[in-house]
Write a protein that binds this ligand. Structure first.
Ligand SMILES: Nc1ncnc2c1ncn2[C@@H]1O[C@H](COP(=O)(O)OP(=O)(O)OP(=O)(O)O)[C@@H](O)[C@H]1O
Ligand SMILES: [Mg+2]
Length: 240
């Protein structure tokens, strides 16, 4: 079996993926990556999506000339060779590298990224189309695990809303084999739909960086997510 190249053993590489568009991949990558950086971990976000949402968000902070976005964000051509080359170049310099994948099923990026990652995170919104698509995402993760036994898969509930339909959908999600059998654990309690998340793009920051109207509940849900994430690596202390 071909193992994950040892070359990448310094930085912990995380793939955020799901073939489904608009399920919260970039929001999760930017909030988690930014928070890890704020906690003192050297964090790089690689934007592999040609929509360039993550890198435009990052550039927004630069353009406002106030506080820089907490993590470093680079944008790469959506080509597996570019990704592997960048990981080779940057692995020594960072504690965490988060890869924000494009949504398409045809893209080779999620596959290439999962093959060199220690963690794959699938964001899933509480609507049936997201839940149906998650089966494909979990299948891709399982296939990657066969080649990369270091890979652990998790899901994060994203864009959570109030309402009976969303609760019913979450129950439906619980019936999916991987979830029912506990094969893919949840990270955090989920990210709720809030205006504050949209404001983060406006100000080029993350929830913790908002200077006003920073909802305590959003801070709490992100802290919980980051704490859960760090537990995966048995990291309990803060980096600084
Ligand atoms: N918790 C949230 N609260 C409010 N808006 C959110 C939240 N999470 C995501 N959004 C918004 O929902 C939309 C989809 O989120 P996002 O861009 O993160 O999804 P994506 O999976 O990266 O999409 P794509 O597949 O197009 O790359 C965006 O407009 C984003 O700003
Ligand atoms: Mg995106």
């Amino acid at each position: 079996m071909e193992r994950r190249p040892r070359l990448f053993d310094k930085a912990k590489i995380i793939t955020v993926y799901n073939q489904k568009g608009g399920c919260g991949k970039t929001m999760l990558t930017m909030q988690l990556g930014g928070l890890l950086a704020m906690r003192g971990y050297k964090t790089l976000i690689i934007d592999m999506d040609k929509q360039q949402t993550a890198s435009t968000w990052f550039a927004r902070a630069e353009a406002r000339k106030k506080e820089p976005f907490p993590a470093t964000v680079i944008s790469l051509k959506s080509d597996p060779e570019h990704l592997i080359g960048a990981l080779r170049n940057f692995s020594e310099d960072f504690d965490f590298i988060l890869i924000d994948c494009p949504p398409s099923t045809e893209s080779q990026i999620p596959w290439a990224a999962l093959n060199v990652s220690v963690v794959g995170i699938v964001p899933i919104g509480p609507v049936l189309d997201n839940i149906w698509a998650s089966r494909e995402a979990f299948k891709l993760g399982d296939e990657a695990k066969e080649r990369n036994p270091d890979l652990k898969l998790f899901y994060v509930l994203s864009i959570l809303k109030r309402g009976r339909i969303f609760e019913s959908c979450q129950r439906e999600f619980g019936k999916i084999d991987h979830i029912r059998q506990g094969l893919i654990p949840q990270l955090g309690k989920g990210l709720t739909q809030r205006n504050a998340y949209a404001e983060c793009q406006w100000f080029g920051t993350i929830i913790h960086g908002l200077k006003q109207n920073r909802p305590a509940a959003a801070v709490e849900e992100l802290d919980h997510l980051a704490d859960d994430f760090l537990k995966v690596f048995d990291i309990k202390e803060k980096a600084k």
